[in-house]
Design a protein around this ligand. Structure first.
Ligand code: BG6
Length: 493
């Protein structure tokens, strides 16, 4: 391998998709597979077996696939191509607890492998409720399906457990059927090119690495702002909340790309991330009270959004948070004194965007805005540098200039949807963009410590922000009491 990423190579094999009738499959997986196929990354020698409880025919399944591809691309002219592609798809209904259903599945896998002359790659994609992970993997093993000759890998959607204890027990159960190296835990943020770009930019620019420490960086800000309210996902969300939905996984993963020591070799990236996550202290009652802010939205001022508590399937006195912000302090030689602030929430007026800001130390004290280095994750992509220079109209007052990425280089349709990259990497047997068990354990440790503190504290006084505003005032106070400000532009607009 010359570069850091795998060489372009066609992959061939069989995907068994559990949860083929689900929302994720239709919104993301079918369009991603189609695009991989169109681009020639997925070979003609592939087949997908979709499973779910309902009894569908192959024809009906094909219709679903074609419609989802057309809807994603908003282009009816690809219908014929999508129909041809859908011929690689087969449907076998499956009741997770019935071993006979797995035997039929296994038979189909053997048949299709012969018909399509696929490589001996079997990829099981669990896009199902987590309570079915264990029984499904157990039955795959007990029916001898995972003993068919070849590679057997499993991709799991989040959440992986509901706390550290349940994650440990789930992992033990999965390890009976799959080796750790064959378990691919998805965090779709890590599949975003712009998240891997955090590592790449640091790696390819030694000057940046020279200042990537507490001597030059005052603090970091990570913002995952969402304008949409919780909507139709009340049942799931009320059991989860922003801490587990966004912080425990996406924010901690992004944070580890920012804070880790650069690995000597990209192949060691997980060791670097794990070491960084281990340096994040668990929260105590005291640090949770001081450093973590939670919020829940009420209806907005013009009554367009329902209050969170009025959403179907949400408890009418729910104390689930729809917003969380916080400050993480890492007591390492590199980062001691340089905190990492984060915030995320639903129904925010700041819109949908994700950025990471490295706010640089200010030695002149007269700067209009702090110098900073920004990773634009979404929807703008790339890096942005904001620096102070002498104002060019005669006087000396510093003036901020921003070097921004050339957005004209970004294509209309994302060629690299994170699911495309993730499925492709799993086919290659490359774990680089997946969450290892060691990372996950640390992520749970940190999130659990906040949960435990919340459980011991008096119930929060919710709701504490109106939908379509910037979130709770306490999130602003959190950073302002340290004489800092949230800097990302849209948030403060
Ligand atoms: C998911 C969460 O993991 O990530 C959602 O369950 C959230 O609640 C989504 O909206 C955000 O992902 P993205 O890629 O749209 O920023």
């Amino acid at each position: 391998m010359k570069g850091p990423l795998p060489m372009r190579q066609q992959v061939s094999g069989i995907i068994v998709l559990f949860g083929a009738s689900g929302d994720l499959a239709q919104r993301k997986l079918y369009p991603s597979l189609f695009h991989l196929f169109q681009q020639g990354w997925l070979s003609e020698r592939f087949a997908l077996i979709g499973t779910a409880r309902r009894p569908w025919t192959d024809e009906h399944f094909h219709e679903i696939i074609v419609n989802s591809i057309i809807a994603y691309n908003q282009d009816d002219s690809i219908r014929e191509e999508a129909q041809k592609f859908a011929k690689h798809f087969f449907y076998v209904s499956n009741d997770a607890s019935k071993t006979d259903d797995y035997l039929l599945l296994k038979e189909k896998m053997v048949d299709l492998q012969k018909t399509y002359q696929t490589d001996k790659n079997f990829l099981y994609y669990f896009s199902i409720v987590p309570s079915l992970f264990e029984i499904t993997s157990k039955n795959l093993k007990e029916t001898g399906t995972t003993s068919l000759e070849g590679n057997h890998r499993v991709i799991l959607e989040k959440p992986f457990g509901t706390d550290l204890a349940s994650a440990i027990s789930l992992n033990k159960a999965l390890n009976i059927s799959f080796h750790e190296n064959d378990i691919y835990r998805i965090d779709h943020y890590v599949g975003k090119e712009t998240v891997l770009n955090i590592w790449a930019t640091r790696q390819f620019n030694p000057f940046l690495e020279a200042v990537w420490n507490n001597q030059y960086i005052d603090h970091f800000q990570i913002t995952l702002s969402e304008n949409l309210p919780v909507g139709t996902r009340g049942g799931y969300y009320d059991q989860t909340g922003a801490l587990l939905d966004m912080f425990q996984n996406h924010i901690l993963q992004v944070l580890s790309f920012v804070g880790m020591d650069l690995p000597k070799d990209i192949k060691e990236i997980h060791q670097s991330k794990e070491a960084f996550l281990r340096q994040i202290p668990s929260f105590t009652l005291e640090t949770t009270q001081k450093q973590i802010v939670r919020g829940q939205y009420s209806e907005d001022l013009s009554n367009i959004y329902l209050a969170y508590r009025d959403i179907p399937e949400v408890d009418s006195s729910s104390t689930t948070e729809t917003f969380v912000a916080g400050k993480i302090e890492v007591n390492s030689p590199r980062w001691s004194g340089t905190p990492f602030y984060f915030r995320t929430g639903k129904a925010l007026s700041s819109g949908k965007y994700t950025v990471v800001e490295a706010v640089l130390k200010d030695r002149s004290s007269g700067n209009s805005l702090p110098n900073r280095f920004t990773f634009l994750i979404h929807p703008k992509k790339g890096i942005e540098i904001s620096m102070n220079q002498k104002a060019l109209k005669g006087h000396f007052a510093p003036q901020i200039i921003r070097l921004t990425p050339d957005q004209s280089l970004t294509g209309k349709q994302e060629p690299s949807e994170s699911y495309e990259i993730l499925i492709y990497y799993a086919f290659l047997g490359n774990q680089m963009l997946f969450t290892t068990w060691e990372e996950l354990k640390e992520q749970w440790r940190i999130a659990d410590s906040i949960k435990a503190a919340w459980a011991a504290l008096p119930a929060p006084d919710f709701p504490n922000y109106a939908a379509n505003t910037l979130g709770p005032d306490d999130a602003i106070a959190l950073i302002e009491k340290d004489h800092r400000k949230w800097v990302s532009k849209r948030y403060n607009a």
